[in-house]
Design a protein around this ligand. Structure first.
Ligand SMILES: C[S@@+](CC[C@H](N)C(=O)[O-])C[C@H]1O[C@@H](n2cnc3c(N)ncnc32)[C@H](O)[C@@H]1O
Length: 258
């Protein structure tokens, strides 16, 4: 199965939430976007394009290969004159050389058939001295067990076969470091961070979110019956009172175009 990013039915997959303050406070330590041009590769519905603009970026260009995602992004970011969206592949965006001060790609690289081609394009798009920021989950991140906050961990406890899907599509931290170096980036570092994904008023809201499969491509590997089973499994394990705070563990790679 797997998600079809081009299907109208998945249009709302990457909208409907805002980047959390824990993401913004971390990201400004890694790259200062004030007055700068940010290219958001694989921008989805523009959640992070908007966040970069709110952080003071002078210009944000969101690139995605899916017209459906871009339609959602345009709607989500209406009124933001510093944001523009454009259709393009991560390996061939159509943008000019040295367009960007910051090249950002969140939750993109595990969907790519050719990471080196994407990194070559990222290198081409950055100005000398520009910063690449990749944010994704590695197999190590994915394998962390479920808990009251790390809800995703329960997906794999309930359906272990999903772990095989993740391990097949997600490069490890060191592999990405090697690919960044091979593409010509310098000052490469990586770190781990927890990002609050969403705060749910309670279990009903969490159940509805899971059943929508929104923003969780891995759940497209399950049938509707399996998804129902997963929701029951998780509701037995999350607090039954008060808000539920969901956090995801990410790896963030930083590099510089010399
Ligand atoms: C998991 S979503 C992440 C969206 C957004 N970056 C976020 O974090 O909310 C991945 C996005 O990458 C896009 N995408 C996948 N493969 C792509 C490619 N080869 N070129 C451009 N965009 C791609 C999808 O259409 C989708 O919008």
């Amino acid at each position: 199965m797997g998600i079809d990013f081009h299907a109208q039915t998945n249009k709302a997959s990457y909208v409907g939430r805002e980047a959390h303050a824990d993401w913004t406070s971390l990201i400004v330590e890694l790259a200062d976007p004030r007055g700068k041009t940010v290219v958001d590769l694989g921008c989805g519905g523009g959640i992070y394009a908007k966040a970069w603009a709110d952080l003071g970026a002078g210009r944000v260009i969101g690139i995605d290969f899916s017209p459906v995602m871009l339609e959602a992004a345009e709607e989500n970011c209406r009124g933001y004159r510093q944001i523009a969206f454009q259709q393009g592949d991560a390996a061939a965006t159509g943008l000019e050389d040295q367009t960007a001060d910051i090249l950002f790609a969140r939750a993109l690289i595990h969907h790519l058939p050719d990471l080196p081609a994407c990194l070559a394009e990222a290198f081409r798009l950055l100005k000398p001295g520009g910063t690449i920021l990749l944010q994704d989950r590695t197999p190590e991140d994915v394998r962390l067990p479920g808990s009251a906050e790390h809800l995703r961990g329960y997906f794999f406890a309930c359906f272990p076969r999903l772990l095989q899907v993740e391990e097949a599509r997600r490069p490890g931290a060191e592999k990405v470091v090697r690919e960044l170096a091979a593409a010509g980036f310098t000052a490469i570092a990586h770190l781990h961070a927890w990002e609050t994904r969403k705060v749910y008023a309670g279990a009903d809201e969490l159940a509805a979110d899971l059943l929508s499969r929104k923003g969780r491509s891995i759940l497209h590997e399950l049938t509707q019956d399996e998804l129902q089973q997963l929701v029951s499994y998780m509701l037995e394990r999350v607090p039954d009172q008060g808000p539920i705070v969901e956090k995801d563990r990410w790896t963030i790679w930083v590099g510089r175009r010399p």
